[in-house]
Design a protein around this ligand. Sequence first.
Ligand code: NDP
Length: 286
Amino acid sequence: MSAEIINGKDLAQEIRTNMKAEVNELINEGITPHLTVVLVGDNPASKSYVRGKEKAAKEVGISSSLIELPSTASEAELLDVIQKLNGEPSVHGILVQLPLPNQISEQKVIETIDPSKDVDGFHPVNIGRMMIGEDSFLPCTPYGIITMLKSRDIKIEGKHAVIIGRSNIVGKPVGQLLLNENATVTYCHSRTKDLKEHTLQADILIAAIGKADAITSDYVKEGAVVIDVGINRLENGSLTGDVDFDSASKKASYITPVPKGVGPMTIAMLLKNTVKAAKGLAVVGK
Ligand code: NDP
């Protein structure tokens, strides 16, 4: 058996194409959706992610601006920038690119962003609303994963989803979204004993670990849907996921590749959240 590939690059392109009309309509009503990205320091990976986000925004007609602070910026300076953006009506979405330098508390930064402009969906108000199934900005990577599953009409209800990884930005929220869709969810992490025992029961297996090609076919049940979130750069400069694609795709029914998988979907969902913010649809914090 060879798995069907869910190409996130193509799906993200389709979503962006459909979004253009929606953005145009808003512009005709006098609202140009605007995303402001704040980048602290000069981490090359972060710079490249930011460029990708700006390019995608431009393609659909969302205007964007970039505020760059030096790696020596203090927490107070960054919080001040965010507070000004919170009070600026023409800015609909605020994204602070993570990770931040050590002298700055990421949590404090996230909690300073107005929840109604929190297009990354990391603010505790948005996370909390997601948990109780209320409308909110969904974290972009988990939102992208659910969209990929739905794009292929993959049944989630009643399925056993096993998530490897429990970070606040990927593992935990993707499990919650799957639970909201009536899956039975198991979380695994670095202290999980006998990882395989769990993963081999997964109808939907999500790998969000950050370890190149760690999940081989030995971890995959025949016919499982495998979603690879990992982005790992190899010594030769190429990118690979957390899943050993060649072996896992022989057992899976569907699989996402890296690159051209979850990554582009994350950016597409960021744009969706920005349009939602511009429409004033975020009821959070009001
Ligand atoms: P974190 O480092 O925050 O979390 C990694 C998680 O994996 C932790 O919960 C950790 O467990 C768990 N883990 C680590 N090693 C093992 C192991 N051997 N067995 C089981 N669990 C393990 O990473 P992120 O969630 O931020 O990101 C995960 C991956 O996804 C990275 O490669 C990242 O680059 C990528 N990523 C991709 C995105 C995309 O758009 N495609 C977006 C965001 C991230 P514990 O909690 O016990 O430490």
